[in-house]
Design a binder for this molecule. Structure first.
Ligand code: FAD
Length: 309
């Protein structure tokens, strides 16, 4: 079986989610990685060193500089002929792109898989992660997004694989790139951080997130948030963890002033260790926590930060 993985990158580096998607893809057959972008040669060189892949296809054009799904989806549909499976991370990038690819190929999309049973059968969470559905897809081609927290990252090795450079330029007529607004942060990216410290409504305001930042600085952690904290404007919405935010599975997740609603748990309960700090001992977050601290976060968090080297 031939599998095509669509690489997510920032024109300089492959994302960790791409490396995890490649691990999933390797269970299905021989993997080709497609790097689409503009002036992204370093990404191509990186992709060629990923362990276990057979080939890299490189398509370079200004049309792909801003990763407009309207352009890239048409390109992928054009390149799809030799591949039985087409995979991308279930990130914002993949969720924007892959439904368009599936529509162009006239197949059903299989979303957010967490396990591969066979070439046509996959497991995926439903009902905010409270049940796991096993789905079988009968389409000839399978367009799949991968819940990357469920797979480990493929490693790099010292060799390079076959390179195939295509030149195709596809500009969608009805869509134009206007601007991109990115939250700049020196912290690790939420999706790939080993430690995440998340704050909820219990923080009371955005200013109080500084308490979490001081702790995060000591632990080299990313900062996340509940939807209540995001909706209240304490932090930007790309901090949101949960069913309608980011799905994360770090080594350590510290939930501070977060009650543990199922929609929040859906985004973090696969974390290896969960620590909860909450003044309400009945808060549902304690049901999934490995370590729980019942008390006032405004006392506990500064103490914890001061104790750390
Ligand atoms: P609350 O539930 O209000 O909890 C605040 C907690 O802080 C309480 O447990 C309280 O005891 C504690 N606290 C208060 N003061 C202190 C203090 N001084 N010290 C210690 N503890 C304190 N939510 C998400 O997070 N992510 C999602 O992706 C998401 N998607 C959703 C999708 C849908 C369709 C719906 C309907 C809801 C979704 N939600 C999501 C919202 C979710 O249901 C909850 O409303 C939200 O998670 C609650 O956020 P919270 O825990 O910060 O706030």
């Amino acid at each position: 079986m031939s599998v095509l993985v669509i690489a997510e990158h920032n024109q300089q580096l492959l994302t960790d989610s791409t490396l995890r998607t490649i691990t999933a893809a390797k269970q299905l057959g021989e993997v080709t990685v497609l790097v689409v972008g503009f002036q992204c040669q370093t990404v191509v060189a990186q992709a060629a060193k990923v362990d276990g892949i057979q080939q890299v296809i490189h398509v370079e054009d200004q049309a792909y500089e801003h990763f407009l799904a309207e352009n890239i989806s048409v390109l992928i549909a054009d390149l799809a002929t030799p591949f039985q499976h087409i995979l991308a991370p279930a990130s914002t990038f993949g969720k924007d792109l892959m439904p368009r690819v599936a529509a162009l190929l006239d197949v059903a999309q299989i979303s957010d898989i967490i396990a591969i049973e066979s070439n046509d059968t996959f497991k995926r969470p439903v009902y905010a992660g409270n049940a796991i559905a096993t789905v079988r897809a009968l389409d000839q081609k399978k367009v799949i997004t991968v819940r990357t927290a469920a797979f480990s990252a493929a490693k790099f090795v010292e060799r390079t694989v076959a390179m195939n450079t295509e030149s195709k330029s596809i500009f969608a007529e009805k869509t134009a790139f206007i601007k991109r607004e990115l939250t700049k942060s020196a912290r690790p990216e939420l999706g790939s951080a080993k430690i995440i410290i998340s704050g909820g409504r219990g923080l009371q305001n955005g200013e109080n997130f500084k308490l979490l930042e001081a702790l995060a600085d000591k632990l080299n952690a990313a900062i996340g948030a509940s939807r209540a904290a995001v909706d209240a404007g304490f932090v930007p919405n790309d901090y949101q963890v949960g069913q309608t935010g980011k799905i994360v599975a770090p080594e350590l997740y510290i939930a501070i002033g977060i009650s543990g609603a199922i929609q929040h748990l859906a985004g973090m309960k696969e974390s290896k260790y969960i620590v909860a700090i909450n003044k309400d001992e009945e808060a549902p977050i304690f049901k999934v926590a490995d370590y729980g601290l019942v008390g006032d976060l405004f006392e506990i968090v500064p103490q914890l930060t001061a104790e750390l080297p």
